[in-house]
Write a protein that binds this ligand. Structure first.
Ligand code: SAM
Length: 251
């Protein structure tokens, strides 16, 4: 049987004994029926994978002994920041989960003019926590040891205001800025391989407004279309990520 992997949010070291966090404990004991002496693998985002053995079942919460650690990376050489217009609950979750599988480097959720979901104060904090747990679970499943960062929600104009200005599509640091737009003339194949990271902007269900498109262009984002068909917001970002990995990443 494959040794189950769990995200552990704190520092780890061989020889340490730690109790698995609640979600991992539930999955290990209730779903996988693991018991004393069974092996698990842990990661905390420091680039290593830790092999551990269950040494005690405390009120159903397993305590594990870290036996060894090894650096392990399956990160893509292509660093992609996904700037995603917030879509409704499950769609956004799907986008985040699959983007981790497709090797995204970080995610910037954008409260776009046409985002259906508006997230005031406390709800936003809860949603951010939820998104972080979606990303961690996707890393558990996909074998990644680095959990992509989910950045604080921002309005598009505010976020663009913080970006260094870029001429054309090559911004400072060799960054390639792309925004997905069904009416664009260029396709990904028309772009030159970037020498730095890629920033990929995808609109929410209703797309970006004309103002937002104009602001993106002004900030050096080049419009790119993904074929002649309109894709749902969650399909668009994921199709683009897969294409980017084929063109310049590790596919
Ligand atoms: N009527 C909306 C529009 O014109 O933008 C459609 C929005 S689409 C459902 C949601 C987002 O997916 C768009 O904002 C765009 O970023 C992306 N998208 C969908 N289909 C696309 C395509 N064929 N090419 C490029 N981007 C696309």
């Amino acid at each position: 049987m494959r040794i189950p992997r769990f995200y552990f949010p704190d520092p780890l070291a061989p020889g340490a004994r730690v109790a698995l966090p609640q979600d991992a404990a539930h999955h290990a004991v209730r779903v996988l029926r693991l018991g004393e002496n069974d092996l698990v693998r842990l990661f905390n985002g420091d680039g290593c994978e830790y092999r551990a053995r269950i040494v005690r079942l405390d009120k159903q919460s397993p305590v594990v002994l870290i036996e060894s650690s090894a650096p392990l990376s399956c990160e893509s050489p292509l660093n992609v920041l996904l700037v995603q217009g917030i879509s409704s609950g499950e769609r956004m979750d799907y986008t985040l989960q699959k983007s981790v599988e497709l090797g995204v480097g970080a995610i910037q959720p954008i409260q776009a003019e046409r985002s259906v979901v508006k997230l005031p104060g406390e709800r936003m904090q809860k949603r951010m926590q939820h998104w972080r747990s979606v990303l961690a679970s996707a890393c558990e499943q996909s074998g990644r040891n680095v959990v992509p960062e989910v950045r604080p929600v921002s309005g598009l104009m505010d976020w663009l205001g913080l970006q260094a200005s870029g001429a054309g599509s090559q911004a400072p640091g060799g960054e390639l800025r792309i925004h997905l737009a069904p009416e664009a003339a260029l396709s990904l194949r028309d772009l030159e391989k970037p020498t730095g990271p890629v920033v990929l902007a995808a609109g929410p269900e209703g797309g970006f407004s004309d103002n937002e498109h104009a602001a993106l262009r002004q900030c050096g984002f080049v419009g790119v279309k993904l074929g002649p068909r309109i894709l749902r917001t969650e399909t668009a970002a994921l199709a683009a990520l897969a294409a980017l990995q084929i063109l310049w990443g590790d596919y």
